[in-house]
Write a protein that binds this ligand. Structure first.
Ligand code: NAP
Length: 293
């Protein structure tokens, strides 16, 4: 059912192509949408130039990456004036929901000080699972660009079997790669075997990494340590999808001559339209629920 957002006043502040799609969709659902830091055409959305217009909004949507380490709200549009998060959040009524993809500690601190309800949408399964599709496609695209061989027939190792690792492993298998997946839960190891791939425990990695063509890391912890890298051939490509700083000892990899790439934010880079549609599918319903509270 389409959520009815008539009477809801929501500000979309900063972002990229994804938030443009979302802002237009919110307007189509009847919300009164104010935008800052995004270029808008006449699509039912009102451009908001000053913070004072934010004092009576029901909710705020910040960009997927949230804010920079300097407290500026992320915007992919350099012609838009920079917007300080503190300046915007200080204008908001206390207790209102603030949606963001992932929140840095600085944003969490500001939100908590201002009494705002921070909702990190990339942590929600329904978003993370759908986002895993462009993430996996983007990771495989990178592997195709950097490897001298096809994915078909390659020996691929996926570290982690969560929302991203599972999708990635399945796509690699569908492309006829020889796929091994490292996981720590026995149920996951059983599922990996059921899917026709080679299950590995982390203790087995030192032997398993030898002779692998490409390693995709999805574990947000240091897994590819300097010690493990010593077992990896310099011809192996590492694509690290885990959130910064990733799960690879990048200095150690460089020292060993191994190409290791940290690949953040793939959905927004490789498929911004799909990524925007995912937000447009999920956020209006969450917004309606939050406003009804
Ligand atoms: P997830 O569903 O929570 O999966 C994480 C996986 O890592 C699980 O298999 C988990 O194992 C494993 N894990 C966590 N800590 C571990 C540790 N200390 N040792 C061994 N295994 C560990 O997360 P996700 O949604 O797949 O996302 C994974 C990472 O990718 C996150 O950092 C996320 O921010 C990032 N990400 C990046 C992109 C991109 O574009 N680069 C896109 C999506 C996600 P258990 O199940 O046993 O806990």
């Amino acid at each position: 059912m389409r959520p009815d957002l008539r009477g809801v006043r929501v500000a979309v502040v900063g972002g990229d192509a994804r938030e443009l799609i979302l802002a237009k969709h919110l307007a189509q659902l009847g919300a009164q949408v104010l935008v800052m830091g995004l270029p808008v055409d006449n699509c039912g959305v009102v451009y908001c130039s000053g913070n004072e217009e934010l004092h009576d909004v029901d909710a705020v949507i910040l960009p997927v990456p949230g804010i920079t380490e300097h407290g500026v709200i992320y915007s992919a549009f350099p012609e838009q004036p920079p917007i300080a998060a503190e300046q915007v959040l200080s204008r908001l009524p206390s207790g209102i929901p603030v949606f963001v993809g992932v929140a840095r500690s600085l944003l969490k601190e500001i939100a908590s000080r201002r009494g705002l309800r921070l909702i990190e949408v990339l942590n929600l399964d329904e978003v993370a699972i759908l986002n895993s599709i462009p993430s996996a496609e983007g990771a495989i695209q990178m592997a195709m660009e950097h490897l001298p061989i096809t994915i078909h027939g390659s020996r691929a190792l996926v570290l982690g079997f969560g929302r991203t690792g599972m999708t990635l492993a399945r796509m690699l298998k569908a492309l006829n790669a020889h796929v091994s997946v490292a996981a720590r839960r026995p149920a996951h190891l059983a599922r990996i075997e059921e899917m026709g791939m080679c299950p590995l425990t982390y203790e087995e990695l030192p032997q398993a990494v030898e002779g692998v063509d490409v390693i995709f890391n999805t574990v947000p912890a240091l897994i590819l340590t300097g010690k493990l890298l010593e077992r990896i051939s310099p011809s192996t490509l590492i694509i690290d999808l885990a959130s910064a700083p990733g799960g690879t000892d990048f200095v150690g990899a460089r020292r060993r001559g191994i190409k290791a790439i940290l690949a953040p934010g793939l959905p927004g880079k490789v498929a911004p339209q799909t990524a925007g549609q995912i937000l447009a599918r999920v956020i209006p319903r969450l917004l309606a629920q939050e406003v009804a509270r």
